[in-house]
Design a protein around this ligand. Structure first.
Ligand SMILES: [Zn+2]
Length: 423
């Protein structure tokens, strides 16, 4: 049956074959990702206990809450994904793109623009296409925000995340790390691995950001290390709050089932000890020493070059336009859309998978580098501390994780470090 189908496809004119291949590929990717999501859903359904590695940082109540949330979200994504795949297919099959293009043209002509103004028609097309996708997407995102996130009490997180990731950093204050043991130890480590360190900074008041902990920047022989004050136990502004909080603490004891552990968690300081800070830095500098930064730049440059080269070759091919219903005109905007969105999609899928695999490899290599510096134990405890507040659901199916996560989940990193702690 498959052989006959392929024969039948092969007998079609070239533009029909291109169209069929694009649709077929889109459904292949869709089915593959649905399969992965279904595997991940099984993990949500069956993993009902906190993994032992995370026992100290995640209680079973938080774990269960996050598990049920992910389960609902995953079911929702199944339906919204099916909808958008079906919508995309119907638009392609019924010639939605040329229809909207012609409609934009008619609209522009009525408004007094001649057919020579392709740019006006393109802008109109973009506007209408965006409007259409916003309108069809709106019910889904409303349902997501007001039903699912409301039910699980997660709905304010979007704003908080936007604030923490985009707005708060604008007001970050960089101050040089004061002289002291930490600074000396950082300098010694940098020297040992030939890292051309010129300055160490601390970002003050980075209370809100829980994403990044440390990074370096600068060219060639002039590199600076930046540490977020949330990383540093002796520095973290959170510990100042903490002193105020401890005074009201006795009132809270008694409500919880387990006042003793609650008190213990509360009195624990935020941030990492010096050895742990060094272990985190060991990981970051591992990225530098192993050439990860340079490799990433080279790859992305090569990719842009290749894309533009292919684009230049393909933009003049009339059969690509014909495949999507543009028989007698070849508008540039439509060409961009066809080539980057449809024709390149197999390439993009393969590339993004390779980059995901590579990025995960880099993370594990940087962890291994920190381990080679003798910091496996400190990195292990630092990772646990740093992920305490933004853990989400910590367990994932290996195949799902491999396809989607460019950064290995905490549990996989801990397991890798634990393996290396033993040897
Ligand atoms: Zn890293």
């Amino acid at each position: 049956m498959w052989a006959q189908l392929l024969d039948a496809l092969w007998a079609l004119p070239l533009e029909k074959r291109i169209f069929a291949a694009v649709l077929l590929f889109s459904w292949t990717v869709y089915l593959w990702e649905t399969f992965l999501a279904q595997r991940q859903r099984r993990v949500y359904r069956t993993t009902t206990h906190v993994p032992k590695e995370l026992g100290q940082i995640m209680d079973s109540e938080t774990f269960e809450k996050s598990r049920l949330y992910q389960l609902d979200k995953s079911t929702f994504s199944f339906w919204s994904g099916l909808y958008s795949e079906a919508e995309g297919t119907i638009i392609l099959l019924f010639g939605g793109i040329p229809y909207l293009w012609n409609f934009s043209g008619v609209f522009c002509r009525r408004a007094g623009f001649g057919p020579e103004y392709e740019i006006t028609q393109s802008l109109m097309f973009l506007f209408l296409a965006t409007l259409f996708s916003a309108l069809t997407g709106l019910p889904w995102s409303l349902y997501n925000t007001f039903v699912i996130e409301e039910k699980h009490g997660f709905n304010q997180q979007v704003l908080v995340t936007i604030y923490a990731d985009y707005i708060a950093p604008l007001f970050d204050k960089f101050i040089p790390l004061p002289e002291g043991t930490l600074k000396e130890e950082i300098e010694v480590m940098a020297k040992n691995i030939d890292f051309p360190l010129t300055k160490v900074y601390v970002v003050e008041g980075s209370k809100r950001s829980s994403h990044s902990n440390a990074y370096f920047y600068g060219f060639f022989k002039n590199k600076r290390i930046v540490l977020f004050d949330t990383l540093l136990e002796d520095y973290s502004i959170l510990n100042k709050d903490h002193q105020e909080e401890t005074s009201i603490e006795p009132q809270n004891i008694g409500e919880g089932e387990n006042p003793e552990t609650k008190a213990k968690v509360r009195t624990k300081k935020q941030g990492c000890k010096n050895e742990e800070v060094l272990a985190v830095l060991g990981h970051e500098l591992g990225h530098w020493k192993l050439g990860h930064t340079v490799k990433n730049i080279v790859i992305s440059q090569m990719n842009s070059f290749l894309c533009f080269f292919l684009f230049a070759m393909l933009i003049s091919r009339k059969e690509l336009f014909a495949a999507f219903g543009f028989y007698d005109s070849q508008p540039t905007l439509i060409g961009l859309m066809i080539i980057f969105q449809f024709i390149f999609s197999p390439y993009n899928e393969v590339l993004s998978f390779c980059l995901t695999v590579l990025s995960r490899r880099f993370e594990f290599q940087a962890d291994a580098f920190a381990k080679k510096l003798g910091k496996a134990k400190d990195l292990y405890s630092a990772l646990i501390k740093l992920n305490k507040d933004n853990l989400g659901f910590p367990v994932s199916d290996w195949l799902f994780s491999m396809w989607h996560y460019s950064h290995p989940p905490l549990l996989e990193r801990l397991q890798a470090l634990q393996d290396s702690k033993q040897d």
